[in-house]
Every structure is written in structure tokens, then in C-alpha cells.
Design a protein around this ligand. Sequence first.
Ligand SMILES: [Zn+2]
Length: 65
Amino acid sequence: MVKVIKIKPAREVKKRCVCENCGATLEYVPADIKSYSGTDISGGPDGCEWINCPNCKKRVTLRSW
Ligand SMILES: [Zn+2]
């Protein structure tokens, strides 16, 4: 059984990115990442991962495929 021993994320899992909309530097952990996956018109895999910028509330895309 998994036990939470510390609620604050360890430094190693934190990542940073810059919001392309407002320029804020954001720090996030894997749990903050939202993702979508589906198929595109031609039937190929389509999806993306993003986080929501708390400053401007816009979506910051981390990865898309
Ligand atoms: Zn922003």
C-alpha cells in the first residue's frame, strides 16, 4: 500500500516551463499535467499534454503528438 509521507513534492519531480501567453515561469509536478489522447482525422494517434497557467488561466501545451 502506498503511503504519503510528505505532501510537498520533492524537488526532483518539479519541472519548469514558461507560459507562452503571459511569460510567467511556472513550476509544476506530474500530477498537474492534464492530457488528452484521441485520433486525428486520418486515424493516427493525436493528443497533447498541458498545464493550466494560474496567472493567465490559459492552457500551456507541454507536448503534442
Ligand atoms: Zn500564463
